[in-house]
Write a protein that binds this ligand. Structure first.
Ligand code: NAP
Length: 283
């Protein structure tokens, strides 16, 4: 049976390190602060916001929550982003997407100061991920995959990596982050042919598809490390990943569970980005 790569110890390790860094910043008179901007009452957004606030408070990061009604005019949303940009006491902003108005969402995203863009909403931050310039911050979930592999000592250097999914939130950025660590990456998507053949050849498989238990035993082979990014509800309303854990775990070397895998490390990565932003501001 596979080793289970849980996210909780990854988050705990990061939390300890970040608490110490937060204390050092406070000694310099800087209180790291995250602003959250939520439009509407999406339960998934509220759950993530609650987790993020709890994680930040544990570390000592201050949080300013901005909550707007779902019919908030675009001007009100951009007004808040402008205030966040201008406020030197705010070091990071997490905005919940998607907003109902797509044009407003794009405008708000692009307006955010990239130095405060702790979850990679702006094109400038994405460019930083793709060029490897170090500007901005990668998406927290994509970075959480990297932190998880690091924590469990899984080296990607020279390894074949298959990523299923090419979204700008996970698939593409995680591919770039791991390619910059010298992995050989195959990015797969809904038009990829012979997908199980490709994924079986990989040393490490990352599933970011959004389809409940899509990756079954036919997609994996012995010795692989499988990272399941998916968060789905199955037909019975039960939370599950993109990987069929029951059939895959007996075959592979290691696997992340859902829940309790990548998702459990994500808010700690968000906190890490806020601390890094505050450190860049301080130094
Ligand atoms: P997304 O934007 O819908 O992208 C899904 C990707 O999967 C697309 O590139 C799509 O290909 C590909 N895909 C869909 N069906 C496929 C198929 N049959 N074969 C091969 N590829 C297929 O989703 P996302 O935002 O990247 O999220 C992916 C998953 O991660 C979701 O379950 C989401 O809930 C979860 N998630 C987890 C966290 C966390 O903290 N753990 C955070 C965010 C999201 P095309 O490009 O060709 O359409």
């Amino acid at each position: 049976m596979a080793d289970v790569l849980k996210g909780v110890p990854v988050a705990a390790g990061l939390t300890d390190e970040l608490t110490a860094r937060c204390e050092r910043l406070k000694a310099l008179g800087i209180v790291p602060m995250l602003a959250t901007l939520r439009v509407g009452e999406n339960p998934g957004d509220i759950a993530y916001e609650t987790g993020a606030v709890k994680r930040c408070e544990k570390i000592g990061i201050a949080v300013r929550k901005i909550i707007l009604p779902s019919d908030a005019p675009a001007g009100e949303i951009t007004g808040h982003i402008r205030e966040i940009n201008a406020d030197e006491s705010v070091h990071g902003c997490l905005m919940f997407r998607p907003l109902t108005d797509k044009a407003a969402e794009r405008a708000a995203c692009e307006l955010l100061d990239p130095s405060k863009d702790v979850d990679c909403m702006t094109d400038a931050s994405l460019a930083g991920v793709f060029t490897g310039s170090g500007a901005g911050f990668p998406p927290c979930t994509a970075q959480a995959c990297v932190e998880l592999l690091d924590y469990y000592g899984v080296s990607v250097d020279g390894k074949n990596l298959a990523v299923i999914g090419r979204s700008l939130v996970i698939g593409r950025p995680v591919s770039m982050l791991l390619m910059s660590r010298n992995a050989t990456v195959t990015v797969c998507h809904s038009h990829t042919q012979s997908l199980p053949e490709i994924t079986r050849r990989a040393d490490i498989l990352i599933a970011a598809i959004g389809r409940a238990r899509f990756v079954d035993a036919s997609y994996v082979s012995e010795g692989q490390v499988v990272v399941d990014v998916g968060i789905n509800l199955d037909d019975e309303g039960k939370l599950c990943g993109d990987v069929d854990y029951e059939s895959v775990a007996p075959i592979v070397r290691a696997i992340t569970p859902v829940p309790g895998g990548v998702g459990a490390a994500t808010t700690a990565v968000l906190a890490k980005h806020v601390i890094e932003s505050a450190e860049r501001f301080a130094l």
